[in-house]
Design a protein around this ligand. Sequence first.
Ligand code: GDP
Ligand code: MG
Length: 162
Amino acid sequence: VKPIVAVVGRPNVGKSTLVNRILGRREAVVQDTPGVTRDRVSYDANWNGREFVLVDTGGWVSDAKGMAAAIAEQAELAISLADAVLFVVDATVGTLDEDEAVVRVLRRSKKPVVLAANKVDDQRHEAMAASMWNLGLGEPYPVSAMHGRGSGDLLDALLDAL
Ligand code: GDP
Ligand code: MG
């Protein structure tokens, strides 16, 4: 059986773009407006000959409990079904309440986590990525899902975590 990697994070951080980058094809739905990805979609992926299943998440609808709670609830379900988690944050924005809500779920799950600090399109944003050490999830891997920058190192770390 192939290990399962859940890609989680708040809307618009670039999860689906990163999934497409890893797959090497445009299959996951990327949207400028958050919340459009279907609930959970699985894709067969491989890196250096190792096969795994990537689960893109999204499609959150805020309810009475609020956006952060809704995101955390969806993430919790995907994380519970996964062997490892690729947690994506937007390094150009920093961390919001919605990110912190997912971090709490990640801590509780005790699943291996690899932290992707996305939208580091160039060197100038490296420092922002480094500030993600504050999340307490270990080394932030600076990546640009859009341009491919850093994705090799991220995938090496992810496969090590499996
Ligand atoms: P998701 O909601 O987390 O799945 O995010 P999407 O993958 O749908 O991307 C949300 C927006 O961020 C889209 O407009 C993407 O083009 C943009 N985006 C994703 N990755 C990057 C990146 O590495 N750099 C930049 N500049 N924009 C990105
Ligand atoms: Mg998406």
